[in-house]
Design a protein around this ligand. Sequence first.
Ligand code: PLP
Length: 493
Amino acid sequence: MQYISTRNNGEKVSFSRAVVNGLASGGGLYVPETIPTISKEELEGMYEETYVERAVKVLSKFMTDFSKEEIEGICEKAYSKFYGDVAPVVKISDELFIMELFHGPTMAFKDVALTFLPYALTTAMKKCEVKEEVVILVATSGDTGKAALEGFKNVDGTKIIVFYPSEGVSDVQKLQMTSQEGSNVCVVGVDGNFDNCQTGVKNIFGDEAFVAECLKNGSILSSANSINFGRLLPQIVYYFSSYADLVQSGEIKAGDKIHFSVPTGNFGDILAGYYAKQMGLPVDMLICASNENNVLTDFFKTGEYDLSREFFKTMSPSMDILISSNLERLLYEISGRDDKLTVARMESLKKTGKYSITDEEFKILEASFYGDYCSEEETAEMIADFFEECDYPLDPHTAVGVFVSDLYRGETEDETPVVSLSTASPYKFLEDVMKCLGVKTSADIFKNAKEFHELSGVELPVPFENLRGATARFKEVIKKDKMKASVKGFVSK
Ligand SMILES: *Cc1c(COP(=O)(O)O)cnc(C)c1O
């Protein structure tokens, strides 16, 4: 299986090369040349399998230049870093299930992909005979940064630099990142929001002279954001896994359709769900849940993507995003894989801040996606009500997902079961969660954690415990036009 660029159907590379490069030339995103399918028998075989076995089955279809043993080895190493199951499904009612994706080393769903990526990348580097050092550039809204740092710390042949919005992340997120250990890591705060960080990183990738200069000096720049297909890929697995679990526990019958509700920012997670559906998983609707930064809601309701709007800082900061990079991959699919049209739309977004899709494309979208959003006030109410009624503490991102799945059900009276993805542990956004539950917080996060534990009965996660005694090692905050200089300094170190 080869990989092609959303902006040039003629650019073909292996899976390994796509992972090493991160971004295709001209700013395009790599996608598989064809989307592979899973047969009914293969799906049925998954019901009794472990997470790693299910992963190997799905991933082998995409990683065709890796052996089955290699894929298995990578998954085993990656998922042994989890505390318990990778993607356990919790039953709330006959119609609502929560898939907990936060039992990894950094307490957010990004661990599922970022424990996997470093092993996949280093194997890919060997296959491509890459002699240079790979320098990973990351823009983060809070969770990717820490997960990528943990994944890549002290990995031979790699270095990683992370840019985060200095005032746009939670206290726990900030401490997690600035206290990062490892000899090949760097963490930089940016005086701006996530979009500024992401645009800065994309501009560095797009700066051909700079990229060439780095290469000459022995460094390949690559990405651990979900623009890298190797980052997106492992996320497809848990859609299959949750489905298999529901059949296995008798909650649904084999072949029944289900919906997924996904708290969305950069559109990576939900796009993985779309790929799962295209592969043959019985998925009916993908519910795209946004916070007040609801550019995607408007897109799914009108077919127009329009950036001209206010940017809000919310209590679900990992979704405070206006430019959802992975939407490009969806646009490419619904346009019938028209690379020229995709280029034109991305140009239009850059120049005019908007683009729209055709009626025909809109019909394709409507058949698989429903989009809506949850305000800050509604998020707070959702967290409080859900805790009172279901005795389950939602983190703010997950609350947005559950709220929007309720909206969908209210609007359609559809009783198909929904699996709502829980993307972070409530411990990661403790202060806001406690405020929503009407509990006083102190400046001491461990005191808060103890109180939250007593209130909720949810065990303190090991990674939270590990923050005890952590101090900030990286204190630098830069202006947003200084990112390239930071990379330059870091690469030459
Ligand atoms: C990254 C993140 C999201 C959004 O996921 P995308 O793939 O960017 O759409 C949602 N919730 C949490 C907790 C996250 O870290």
